[in-house]
Write a protein that binds this ligand. Structure first.
Ligand code: SF4
Length: 77
């Protein structure tokens, strides 16, 4: 199933778990909070995550202690 993803930054505690699980999708922004970097998404949630990364994405979601990684079947913006 196709997925779009973004980080709800106001709930992120910068633990780094998502970037460890899915380094092609998540990295820290200039404020030290996680954001979606996949194909330059800029945490807008408008870039379709490649199907071969969905397992990593699910691992990242499962590892997030604050459940602030949000997914949708359609672009967020
Ligand atoms: S796993 Fe969740 S809380 Fe930790 S850095 Fe990633 S988005 Fe933030």
């Amino acid at each position: 199933m196709s997925k779009y993803v973004k980080v709800k930054k106001d709930s992120c505690i910068a633990c780094g778990s998502c970037g460890s699980a899915a380094p092609e999708i998540f990295d820290f922004d200039d404020d030290g909070l996680a954001e979606v970097i996949f194909e330059g998404d800029g945490n807008k949630g408008v870039t379709l995550i490649a199907s071969d990364l969905l397992e990593e994405l699910n691992d990242a979601i499962d590892s997030c202690p604050t459940s602030c990684i949000k997914t949708a079947a359609a672009p967020f913006a």
